[in-house]
Design a protein around this ligand. Sequence first.
Ligand code: FES
Length: 158
Amino acid sequence: MKVDLTKIDQMIDKYSSEEDVPYISILQDINDEYRYLPEEALHRVSKKLAVSMSQLYSLATFYKCFSLVPKGKHEVQVCMGTACHVRGAPRILEKVCQGFKVSPGKTSEDGEFSLETVNCVGACALGPLVVMDGKYHGKLTLNKIGKLMGGYHEKEDN
Ligand code: FES
């Protein structure tokens, strides 16, 4: 997706009346728009607000909600915390990797799926558990995760 600098300017200007520039809010807006923080956009913020790129990068890498690489259309998190692990999370993860052709921490080549492993999402009783686009899917079996992934592939085909 091409970076629209006019749009970036508008995102920055939105907060211009505030005394302390809320860099995080600006980065959040950019991240929401592009699903990551494009370098070109960060340069614009740096230039317009006279903030160093290194300061912006340290915010971008500190907060997990930001990404410096393009994210897929769908965000998939597989819980690998202890409770999920003992109930078979490694096999679920393997199936997700194969089915969506993606490795943990990466985005599939077709740009559809980004995969992360997490260490507990606070719903241990539902383990093993996968979060797809913010929606929790618990008590998974290989069969259930297969069906769930099939549904995503069907959506893509339509
Ligand atoms: S370990 Fe998976 S939700 Fe807690």
